[in-house]
Design a protein around this ligand. Structure first.
Ligand code: AMP
Ligand code: GLY
Length: 423
């Protein structure tokens, strides 16, 4: 089979790495890819959001399956464009991808499906939003409704903080048009988990869970990022909990989406809070998480390619996903300054030595090679130093041993990935 992966981050490197191991694969392309992906796939200089160029390339190269990593091309209709061109695509239609694009839409679907989620209300008027905050009290959560690059959420400990968020989002429009409307939510308390399900309309198969570390600093401090590290499987996520999430959140939401004429195909990523009252939905994403995908791919025993095909072909019911009896961890190395401004072009050395630590797999995110072969950093999140082990401690020790072999003064990482369970 000839496969095209769309994207160029750590998630796409992990997907390409897993697909490259499939005996069914004959040729792997990635657009645009990165320096690590170039070792397992042929990288093509087409941007992940250039829908018409991606479809034309896939037609021209007789691609059997297009696998979409990030949400942006899905929101822009890449899956729809592939379908129109007679190409098989793993990823939801633009209509189904609204589960990630609009918080209001997600809350409406969750309520209609009876899926447990935080109580919420939506406001387009700042005075009404402030009155609601005073009525409900703190802690309380304020969210810009549209896409705000993951920065539109304020978990306010006090009423004053929540009211300040209303000023910033609705009046000062710090996130632009995304702040025309806010969603105000009950603050959920518990452990946050990323859960993944392979979906094909109303059929779904659990793909396991991971815990991300979204804050930039040790001890979960500092600003939010795309994710600074993850591990799998979180011990809190038992089989019974997984069955509960499938029965009360994933299956009802899939049925509701089908009812609305937007059946979901691809991987559904549920951000969950495991509260004292059970799992509650925080948000959906319509793709694999990054860096969660890296640890899932390391633990996956089954061939990824037929699993993705089964989701595309509506044959999930006959499928079974098997896992290695291993724990996995990924430590993200980012360019100094991330998630704020950072320099590009710094040299990274020691990657080969890092990769020789037993159990370690290095996934690239923002990397490129100069003409002389030197590896350089080109993004905010740059490398995902990943490892497996018989215990989480073993995986953690291997990942950090590899981190310590790197020679990259321009980079940094969190030193405490997994702290909630390793403490
Ligand atoms: P979101 O963009 O909706 O994923 O929110 C970003 C982060 O804010 C989440 O990962 C949670 O850590 C936090 N968050 C969002 N909604 C809530 C909520 N209702 N209660 C507590 N924390 C929340
Ligand atoms: N790591 C969280 C995300 O991919 O959105």
């Amino acid at each position: 089979m000839r496969v095209l992966v769309v994207g160029g981050g750590g998630r796409e490197h992990a997907l390409c790495w897993a697909l490259a191991a499939s005996p069914l694969l004959t040729k792997l392309f990635c657009a645009p890819g990165n320096a690590g992906i170039a070792e397992v796939a042929e990288c093509i200089a087409i941007g992940a959001e250039d829908i018409s160029a991606l479809v034309a390339f896939a037609k021209d190269k007789s691609i059997d399956l297009v696998v979409v990593g990030p949400e942006a091309p899905l929101t822009l209709g890449l899956a729809d464009a592939c379908a129109a061109a007679g190409l098989k695509c793993f990823g939801p239609s633009a209509a189904a991808a609204r589960l990630e694009g609009s918080k209001t839409f997600t809350k409406e679907v969750a309520d209609a499906a009876g899926a447990p989620t935080a109580a919420w209300a939506r406001f387009t008027d700042a005075a009404a939003a402030r009155a609601h905050i005073r009525e409900k009290g703190a802690p309380i959560v304020v969210k810009a409704d549209g896409l705000a690059a993951g920065k539109g959420v304020v978990v306010a400990a006090t009423i004053a903080e929540a009211e300040a968020a209303i000023s910033d989002i609705m009046e000062d429009r710090v996130h632009g048009a995304a702040g025309a409307c806010v969603v105000i939510e009950e603050c959920l308390v518990g452990e946050e988990i990323s859960f993944f399900a392979l979906c094909s309309g109303t059929a779904a198969l659990p793909l396991g869970a991971a815990q991300d570390h979204k804050r930039v600093g040790d001890g979960d401090t500092g600003p939010n990022t795309g994710g600074m590290g993850a591990y799998s499987l979180p011990p809190i996520f038992t089989t019974a909990l997984q069955e509960d999430v499938m029965a009360r959140i994933i299956h009802p939401v899939l049925s509701e989406m089908a009812l609305r004429g937007a059946p979901f195909k691809g991987v559904l990523f549920a951000g969950l809070m495991i509260t004292a009252q059970g799992p509650k939905l925080i948000e959906f994403n319509v793709r694999f998480g990054d860096p969660e995908c890296q640890v899932l791919m390391l633990r996956l025993k089954s061939d990824l390619l037929p699993a993705l095909l089964a989701a595309c072909d509506g044959e999930l019911a006959r499928f079974d996903v098997r896992w290695e009896a291993l724990h996995a961890m990924v430590v993200v190395m980012a360019a100094r300054g991330y998630p704020g401004g950072y320099a590009k072009g710094s040299e990274i050395r020691g990657l080969e030595a890092a990769g020789q630590v037993p159990g370690v797999q290095v996934f690239h995110a923002g990397t490129a090679r100069r003409e002389d072969g030197t590896l350089i950093a080109t993004g905010g999140r740059v490398l995902g130093i990943s490892a497996t082990g018989k215990t989480l401690r073993e995986a953690c020790d291997a990942a950090y041993a590899a981190v310590d072999r790197l020679d990259w003064p321009g980079g940094f990482c969190r030193r405490d990935i997994g702290w909630r369970v390793l403490k």
